[in-house]
Write a protein that binds this ligand. Structure first.
Ligand SMILES: [Zn+2]
Ligand SMILES: [Zn+2]
Length: 129
């Protein structure tokens, strides 16, 4: 039973890890992983969230979506959220560093890496043209 749980957890985590710039609702995840089952997914998501492997993001319709978070790397870079579709992108460490030092120099503020910038993602920009 224990091993079975570990496998389900690993499948669910891989779905998120392989799509780091996409967010999923629990039912999206269930339809992509029919072998895991919706009840298990609903049980596993809060655990992955507690363990720091997922972050909560808000979709366009205000539904709660979940997206992959690297417990180590996501502490050292900034994220940017699309105001239209709610997707969150992980910014490169060099980009994050440049933004933080520009703010530090210009305004004297130390920007926290937990900050989430807002913008319009490439897909939504294309769709809006
Ligand atoms: Zn990240
Ligand atoms: Zn978008």
């Amino acid at each position: 039973m224990k091993e079975y749980n570990t496998k389900q957890r690993e499948r669910l985590l891989s779905l998120f890890r392989n799509n780091p710039d996409r967010s999923f609702s629990p039912s999206d995840a269930a339809s992509m992983l029919p072998e895991v089952g919706q009840a298990t997914i609903y049980r596993l998501i809060p655990r992955l969230l507690r363990e720091g492997y997922l972050m909560k993001v808000h979709g366009a319709g205000h539904e709660t979506l979940f997206q992959y978070r690297d417990p180590g790397k996501c502490r050292t870079h900034l994220h940017i959220r699309c105001m239209k579709c709610g997707c969150v992108s992980h910014l490169d460490e060099s980009v994050s560093g440049a933004i933080s030092s520009a703010i530090m120099e210009g305004n004297g503020f130390e920007l926290l890496n937990s900050s989430i910038l807002e913008g319009i993602c490439p897909e939504c920009r294309k769709a809006g043209q």
